[in-house]
Design a protein around this ligand. Sequence first.
Ligand code: AMP
Ligand code: MG
Length: 367
Amino acid sequence: VDVVPLASALGRVTAEATLSPVDLPLFRNSQMDGFAVHSADVPGSLPIVGVIAAAATAPQPLEPGTAVRIMTGAVVPEGADVVVPVEATVVDGSMVTITGAFAAGDFVREQGSDLRAGSELLPARLRLGSRHLAVLAAAGLATVRVQALYRVAVITTGAELLAPGQTPTLGQIFDSNAVALVAAIQAAGAIVSHEARVTDDHATLLTELHKAAARSDLIITSGGISMGDYEVVRETLQPLGGNITTIAMQPGGPQATAEIDGTPVICFPGNPVSTQLSFEIFVGPLLRSHAGLPAASRETRALRQPVESPAGKRQFLRGVVVEGLLEAVAGPGSHLVAGLAASTVLIDIPADVTHLNAGDRVETITL
Ligand code: AMP
Ligand code: MG
């Protein structure tokens, strides 16, 4: 639990219900600029005995048969039970004439009529928006108890990786997974607690994993878990009890989980589409739920063209919606990072489906 000032609390999720320490409104006050009077005295002409502004002073009780000028938000004096709006009065020197009929309580905001002291101001597990911060402030609270942010570390692996902005030699590629994961973590309402790009070297990776574990709730790695040589994540985590496996999903078949110093590690394959999609399917929903954010929206749409899908694998194709119909973009290759950028939905094809015709309906996840 973090205790944060209201100014830093936007988008945070309340850790517990907050009870109001005060009545809202704090005191009985005027809803209008006008005259506070006794309801029994109107209609009628009354002497004006003073003026009450919205300020930090308690007004004198109002004698029957008199009126006092009052401003919006000012304390309604004892005895007065109506505020007559200025528009409904005629003032002549020190007298005010009220012609209309007013009932007790008109234009008076009773203390506690919005919320009683001790009742629930905000519930637990609420993502704070401006209106929630406003009611905390209105109740005089300067801080709010919120859930700690989920802390996620990102470690990308690969001897070929180069930071964007540099000049590649033949064989080098730019690391796009680091940026993708960092942004996706933030978009899911969590914070990035550690970031590292490591070459295919066990000692370096292990050092970064320990550093990350010390300050994270979850570590995500990319690359180095498939069947080739130099699979640094697999080779490092397998002896430490890591579970390296292949799941029936495309892209994103190779996957691994492990634990370092008690912190869970989830390992995605290095291909950019595999990494981004694995995050979207396995991690994003959990982080969004923790952060009180809505789940990614799913919609069923009809296909514009037929699609093929491998047997026994749940496939996620990239797609766009053209005139209400779903169109696959790029191919199934998990290196097609531009194709993913050009798409607006993921097309979710169940494992047992191998062919779909134009017009068939499939589920999509909006990106
Ligand atoms: P790996 O899973 O390490 O075998 O990598 C699979 C493919 O993804 C290779 O073509 C890698 O060059 C590529 N790749 C690995 N990591 C990244 C990354 N961080 N950014 C972009 N591409 C990557
Ligand atoms: Mg690699």
